[in-house]
Design a protein around this ligand. Structure first.
Ligand code: SF4
Length: 352
């Protein structure tokens, strides 16, 4: 399969009538300008020029949360520009993200007319109490209706959910995942909640009314959700917010992040943790006390085995007293690995 590339186009929802407590759109909308057809044109051109490889599967992605909430006339203008690239085969598809209560037949017909393939819904939670607490302004019922309609119109459905919303427990998040799986999305995105400047959540955090989850909790929860969706054959396409100038380490001067489980490579942390589980399960399968293990892996996955800042190797040493040696092997398929026990504790005793 060819590699996938995304041309991201941020569409701010100026004048959004909602008040989600984690969002700073209202407070910064004065500093933003609405996107124009010319902006779409120049962004697409710029990205297409920068692609060096052939055979790329390319999508134009209108993101920002509420594409179908903006003025219909503007939606059509922006889509027209993007669709031109689909028609002349420079781009393979268009995706948008929006809110569940901004979906109806009329909006879907417009998206269909201009070749939109994928619609992602910002669900965040399926628990109506948590949705209300986060002032989302929609219910789980809206999510169900929108998801069914999107699939009926032949679009690919995606869902976005948040981890660590106020008063949301791990059980609530697992229930959200179960509810979503029943609506048959093709893909999901998992976003641990970050406290962003100039949001209601920031005031709650300052008053000690909101306690963000820790980075470890976020990694563990996302990992379990990843396993769950994987079993249901739903692809997890992203874990953690995209790193940008403003979504960056809270220590950076331009960062808008105040608190929460921020990490510049959050998705990588979760992936490494999944690899750690796989190595551990390989070790546990053998009926002997492993002292040294050699792992052969495709060069693409060496860092997954080692883990961020050698965390996987260190954890295996600290918790199980296993020394791991990693070797690259081009003959091993990416995603796979082979293990060889090079020393057991019995060998150690015999050596003495
Ligand atoms: S997250 Fe909520 S407040 Fe922010 S733009 Fe989307 S709907 Fe509006």
């Amino acid at each position: 399969m060819s590699k996938q590339y995304v041309i991201p186009i941020f569409v701010p929802h100026l004048g959004c009538p909602n008040d989600c407590i984690f969002c700073n759109q209202k407070s910064i909308s004065g500093q933003m300008k609405q996107i124009t057809e010319e902006d779409v044109e120049s962004t697409v051109q710029e990205f297409l020029k920068s692609f060096k490889e052939e055979n790329l599967y390319t999508e134009i992605a209108f993101f920002g949360g509420s594409f179908t909430g903006i003025d219909m006339e503007l939606q059509e203008k922006l889509l027209k520009v993007a669709y031109k690239y689909v028609q002349n085969k420079q781009v393979d598809g268009i995706r948008i993200s929006t809110r569940p209560d901004y979906i109806d037949r009329e909006k879907l017909k417009l998206l269909k007319k201009y070749g939109v393939k994928t619609i992602e819904l910002g669900v965040q939670s399926t628990n109506d109490y948590i949705l209300k607490r986060a002032k989302r302004g929609h219910t789980f019922e809206d999510v169900k209706k929108a998801s069914k309609l999107i699939r009926r119109y032949g679009f690919t459905l995606g869902h976005q959910m948040m981890i660590g919303l106020p008063e949301s427990t791990w059980l609530d998040e697992l229930n959200t995942a179960k509810d979503l799986a029943k609506l048959k999305p093709k893909m999901v995105r998992l976003y641990p909640v970050l406290v962003i400047k100039k949001t209601e959540l920031e005031s709650e955090f300052a008053k000690g009314e909101y306690h963000p989850i820790t980075l470890d909790q976020a990694v563990e929860r996302c990992k379990e959700l990843y396993y769950f969706f994987d079993r249901k054959r739903i692809t997890v396409i992203r874990m953690g917010l995209q790193n940008t100038d403003i979504i960056s380490n809270p220590e950076n001067i331009n960062s808008e992040v105040v608190a929460g489980p921020y990490h510049e490579a959050f998705g990588q942390l979760v992936e490494d943790s999944i690899w750690y589980d796989r190595i551990l399960s390989a070790i546990k399968k053998v009926n002997t006390k492993v002292a040294e293990l050699e792992i052969e892996v495709n060069p693409e996955n060496i860092n997954n085995i080692i883990g961020h800042k050698k965390e996987n190797i260190q954890k295996l040493k600290d918790l199980y007293d296993v020394d791991v040696k990693v070797k690259q092997n081009f003959n091993i398929k990416p995603g796979k690995f082979e293990t060889k026990i090079t020393k057991t504790y019995k060998d150690f005793l015999d050596d003495e």
